[in-house]
Design a protein around this ligand. Sequence first.
Ligand SMILES: [Zn+2]
Length: 164
Amino acid sequence: MPKRLKAYQEFVEDLEKRLQESGEVSQEELSKMIDTTQEYLQAASDLSKDEWQLIANYVRRDLSDWRNDYKRAYEESPSKMALKESIWYWLAKLSDQSQLEWHELLGDLQHQGVYHSGELLGLGTLECAECGRKTALWHPTIIEPCEDCKSKRFYRHPISDSFE
Ligand SMILES: [Zn+2]
């Protein structure tokens, strides 16, 4: 498994543990918790601080992009969801109790809705910006160039679009 993918999974697992211990959190608390997880993991790791920062950014982006998507996907097609035990399911339930502004998790991160090959995406439907080929990603995945046209740019759509 690529190092970055493994680091992402470690990150999500650690964050989930922290969330479960603390119960309901505000968006600001969740954001701080992401910082804490990053500091904790980078202290005992051969990945650099910059690499952990990148992983933390992927987690933030995914959290702000997918939470509603995950919930919808789960409700529409539970049998397809291998992610039931994951942090995303847990967050979907958590947020029923609190009206969080999840998009604010992104802070100053640049996110124009364009994804590039080499980046990491946890869940979603990617559409090739050149040829329109759609690929559903159900697990954390490092984005590969388009199978048809080798383009490296993609748009992300909700995973539930894959049901149509
Ligand atoms: Zn393509």
